[in-house]
Design a protein around this ligand. Structure first.
Ligand SMILES: [Zn+2]
Ligand SMILES: [Zn+2]
Length: 283
């Protein structure tokens, strides 16, 4: 599921995973501190409950260090040159040992919380009530459940906000676009020859003198004029600099005319989802 989401929304997933740590790291530390205080309160009168609280604290001691590692890994992924490379780096980061350990400790904590809740609920039903020490642990469990609920709801809200937001830059980095295109000013000869090269012919002769395939920029549908700055992609098609920059940097790293990818070689969606490997394995 995470792999699929990363393949389709790589930038949003990097931002979301970093935000969750930045927003909930503090409250989680506060909850662990609450648990440590509980441990101090329960020891030595209730050794079993105290040991159980100690287990929860020990599961979390290393996590701030792991969060720093996760923040750095997803930050690195977000700085990749193209969206598919961002997705690839995000998926690779999830396989890093420290990122995995962080995820496993998170699952272990959920297990701890479920076991605690099941025990305390059973005690409430079967024994007709909980002891004072158990009530303290019950309060702690309820705080954790509220925290988890808020975290999950907020994650979903933030994710949908990010995928619909116009402010998230989710395509190429500007420097990648510059490296894989050239900006030129149109001359009289360029404008006169415009429209006299077919899309296919232009694509087959990328090294020949480039000729504008259309008389207008197909993004803004305005005729090309002498003196205007255009960006030549490697396919090779040209568009007004401001039109293609808006298109490529905000939306997709594809040429609007021929759908050629802009930027370095990148993995396909099937490779990102690991489908090719699975098919090969099945054969
Ligand atoms: Zn234009
Ligand atoms: Zn093109």
């Amino acid at each position: 599921m995470t792999r699929e989401l990363a393949a389709h929304f790589p930038h949003e997933m990097c931002i979301l995973h970093r935000l969750i740590i930045l927003v909930f790291g503090g409250p989680t530390c506060a909850l662990v501190s609450h648990n440590a205080l509980l441990l101090r309160h329960l020891w030595p009168a209730h050794p079993l409950l105290a040991a159980w609280c100690g287990l929860r604290v020990s599961l979390c001691v290393i996590r701030p260090y792991l969060w720093l590692h996760v923040l750095r890994a997803y930050g690195r992924a977000r700085r990749q040159l193209t969206p598919a490379l961002v997705a690839q780096a995000f998926i690779a980061a999830q396989d890093e040992p420290l990122v995995r350990l962080n995820a496993r400790l998170g699952v272990a904590f959920i297990g701890w919380l479920c076991c605690s809740t099941a025990y305390l609920v059973a005690r409430g039903w079967m024994e007709g009530g909980r002891t004072g020490a158990e009530e303290l642990l019950w309060t702690h469990c309820k705080l954790n459940f509220w925290s988890l609920l808020v975290q999950k709801v907020l994650s979903i809200v933030i994710f949908f906000y990010l995928i619909s937001s116009e402010t998230v830059s989710r395509s190429l980095l500007p420097e990648t676009l510059d490296a894989y295109s050239t900006v030129e000013t149109l001359t009289h000869a360029d404008v006169t020859a415009a429209g006299h090269a077919s899309l296919a012919a232009a694509a087959q002769t990328p090294d020949a003198r480039r000729v504008l395939c259309t008389t207008e920029c197909i993004i803004c549908v305005r005729e090309f004029a002498v003196g205007e700055r255009v960006r030549w992609l490697r396919c090779p098609h040209a568009f007004h600099v401001e039109c293609i920059d808006e298109w490529v940097l905000r939306h997709k790293n594809l040429c609007p005319l021929c759908q050629a990818r802009i930027g370095p070689p990148e993995p396909s969606l099937a490779e990102l989802l690991g489908e090719e490997g699975e098919h090969a394995h099945a054969e």
